[in-house]
Write a protein that binds this ligand. Structure first.
Ligand SMILES: [Zn+2]
Length: 353
């Protein structure tokens, strides 16, 4: 025979004490045996109350003790469990009572519980009918409160306080409350939460545009300022993306006008580049600088183009120039020698394009 594992069925709260007592009794009388380890054969207890309110003795033929009726302590325990469930979802017992009163579905279940006939109920109630019970005008499924439709949204809303995700919300709610479309409602609520959407799916950053590497020297260059140096001067650093050749020019003024003048001097020697990248410095963001670029047909880029290897090298080069400058300064040496001493290591630079 194939081992069988059937899912759990919750025991209605009003019956829990009685069921446990009955099990203890059956154990004591050696009628049933406790299993201490997980077993491959698991079948749920399906408890149905007798008309007189007693738990039917499934093995009554073997029993010699009479079943006991509910007592008041059990009634109190039921109320306590149910009310704790209400507190756990931050609502009052009275709220559940009021809302249940006007809930068609819940009233249908109440009727079915009275007649003992669940045929007219939706499948979700019919399939586990024995788990439902009525306590003080509130419907319970096992030890969980069945939330009337009117309160469902509110319960989800409260459970989402602090923006927990689906999984945590469901786990919390499932231990205290139940209704048939609970999982769906929780998922939809989280999906629609603006705060959660912002955090979980941030706007993707602007994609880096992968560019073709320049095919010749001085086609694409980057410019930047370093400094000011201790004596007050700044360095205008121009780096050619193709050769990685750095042109370093000492400047006393970093205004747009003087920067343009310096660039023109360099362009007169090497030619006008097709693209110029300048992503910081107010002198590059001015209208005057833009006009200058337009006039000379230079494509001014303020975003960092993505050349898989090259960009990193240019960045490294900039850092290396800065480092050389700092060392020269520390040692009291002339930065011009330090920076330009590197020239012979550069790729051969073709001046006559
Ligand atoms: Zn949220």
């Amino acid at each position: 025979m194939t081992p069988c594992f059937q899912p759990l069925r919750r025991i209605p709260v009003p019956m829990q004490v009685a069921v446990n007592k009955k099990l203890e009794e059956l154990l004591r009388r050696d009628i049933i045996e406790a299993k201490k380890r997980p077993a491959t054969w698991v079948s749920p207890l399906v408890i149905a109350k007798k008309i007189n309110g007693n738990i039917p003795d499934v093995l009554s033929r073997l029993s010699t003790l009479p079943s006991k009726p509910f007592d008041e302590t059990e009634e109190l325990l039921v109320n306590e469990i149910a009310m704790n469930a209400a507190i756990a979802v931050a609502l009052k017992w009275q709220d559940f009572k009021n809302a249940s009163h006007g809930d068609k579905q819940i009233n249908d279940v109440f009727d079915a519980l009275e007649t003992g006939c669940a045929d007219q109920l939706p499948l979700v109630y019919r399939s586990s009918f024995s788990e439902f019970c009525r306590v003080d005008d509130v419907l319970l499924r096992g030890d969980r409160i069945v939330v009337p439709e009117k309160l469902q949204y509110q319960v989800v809303q409260i459970a989402h306080e602090g923006h927990p995700g689906n999984r945590i919300m469901k786990a919390h709610l499932r231990t205290h409350v139940w209704w048939s479309k609970m999982d769906n409602q929780v998922e939809n609520f989280v999906k629609a939460c603006r705060g959660c959407t912002l955090v979980s799916a941030p706007n993707p950053p602007e994609p880096l545009v992968r560019k073709e590497l320049p095919t010749q020297p001085w086609q694409q260059i980057a410019i930047d300022f370093l400094g000011p140096l201790p004596e007050g001067e700044s360095l205008l650093v121009i780096i050619d993306y193709y050769s990685r050749y750095p042109e370093v020019i000492e400047v006393n003024s970093i205004t747009t006008t003087s920067t343009i003048k310096k660039l023109l001097t360099v362009f007169s020697r090497y030619g006008v580049p097709e693209m110029l990248r300048a992503d910081n410095g107010s002198q590059f963001n001015s209208d005057e600088f833009e006009r200058f670029c337009t006039e000379y047909g230079i494509n001014l880029e303020r975003t960092i183009p993505y050349w898989s290897q090259m960009n990193g090298e240019v960045e490294r080069q900039n850092r290396s120039i800065l480092k050389r400058l700092r060392i020269a300064q520390e040692l009291g040496k002339d930065w011009r020698i330090s920076v330009h001493g590197r020239k012979k290591q550069q790729k051969k630079f073709d001046v006559d394009r």
